[in-house]
Design a protein around this ligand. Structure first.
Ligand SMILES: Nc1ncnc2c1ncn2[C@@H]1O[C@H](COP(=O)(O)OP(=O)(O)OP(=O)(O)O)[C@@H](O)[C@H]1O
Length: 239
């Protein structure tokens, strides 16, 4: 049994709409490392991350973590997730959000822990600020901290480095590499060529809600694989 298994998953937002995800099957193991989820705008990456995290629910197909359905408390306890669009609660300071989220996760957190994590994710100077008033990049870093800092077994990150400056992106990459080192399963939706070629160990290509290709890179030059994927899309296999 794979730790993460997706079996014949289909999803549509409304009954009358077309399928956004269509008959997807894949699995990831502790040896998968960091998997990049790529595809054109609108191909369904965020929808898939939302289904995997249990925020969206489909009645067609299944998603299981260690045999438990996505959306169950048991499954959610294993997953760190950061979404593409983040809206933090109004009037909560950064340190309060970190404290609250980790307490909900059942972790004992001291102000020392919060200070250390903030330092780790380049947020020390904004700990006392209202999270909603932070810049977009800083909010993204806070979302990354909330997903990564407690070192979950599975990470689902929607464009974790989008909008980040150089130092912040390097910091996120360092944490992702550390997650790989401790054999977490990491799935990141990304449009960043450098991220895919330098960081990822495997790639899943989504095309109009289908998996058009899945490759484990095994040290092959990732840019070659990405070029092949482009060719695949040009052939319009699923058009
Ligand atoms: N809440 C929603 N209600 C209805 N349709 C939606 C909703 N959210 C997304 N969609 C549709 O689902 C499809 C896939 O969108 P999704 O955001 O998953 O794509 P994506 O691959 O993440 O795109 P991008 O690269 O632009 O972030 C699109 O056609 C989009 O319009």
């Amino acid at each position: 049994m794979f730790p993460l298994m997706v079996d014949r998953l289909s999803f549509k937002y409304n009954e009358r709409d077309p399928w956004v995800l269509n008959d997807l099957s894949f699995s990831l193991s502790f040896d998968s490392g960091i998997t990049g989820l790529i595809g054109q705008n609108g191909s369904g990456k965020s929808t898939l991350i939302n289904c995997l995290s249990g925020v969206l629910h489909s009645r067609v197909g299944s998603i299981t973590y260690f045999g438990k359905s996505a959306g169950t408390i048991m499954a959610k306890r294993q997953i760190g997730v950061s979404f593409q669009n983040i809206e933090f609660p109004a009037n909560l300071k950064v340190r309060e959000i970190i404290g609250a989220i980790f307490t909900i996760r059942g972790l004992q957190v001291s102000s020392l822990d919060i200070a250390r994590w903030a330092d780790d994710f380049l947020l020390s100077d904004v700990l006392k600020k209202n999270a909603r008033n932070l810049s977009g990049g800083r909010q993204k870093m806070l979302a990354n901290l909330l997903a990564l800092a407690w070192e979950p077994a599975i990470l689902l990150l929607d464009e974790p480095s989008a909008g980040l400056d150089f130092d912040a992106r390097e910091c996120v990459w360092r944490h992702l590499q550390a997650a790989r080192q401790r054999r977490a399963i990491v799935l990141i939706a990304s449009h960043t060529y450098e991220e895919l070629t330098c960081l990822c160990d495997g790639i899943i290509l989504l095309d109009k809600g289908h998996i058009a290709a899945q490759e484990q890179l095994n040290g092959v030059d990732n840019s070659v694989i990405l070029q092949e994927f482009k060719t695949t899309l040009k052939r319009g296999i699923y058009v």
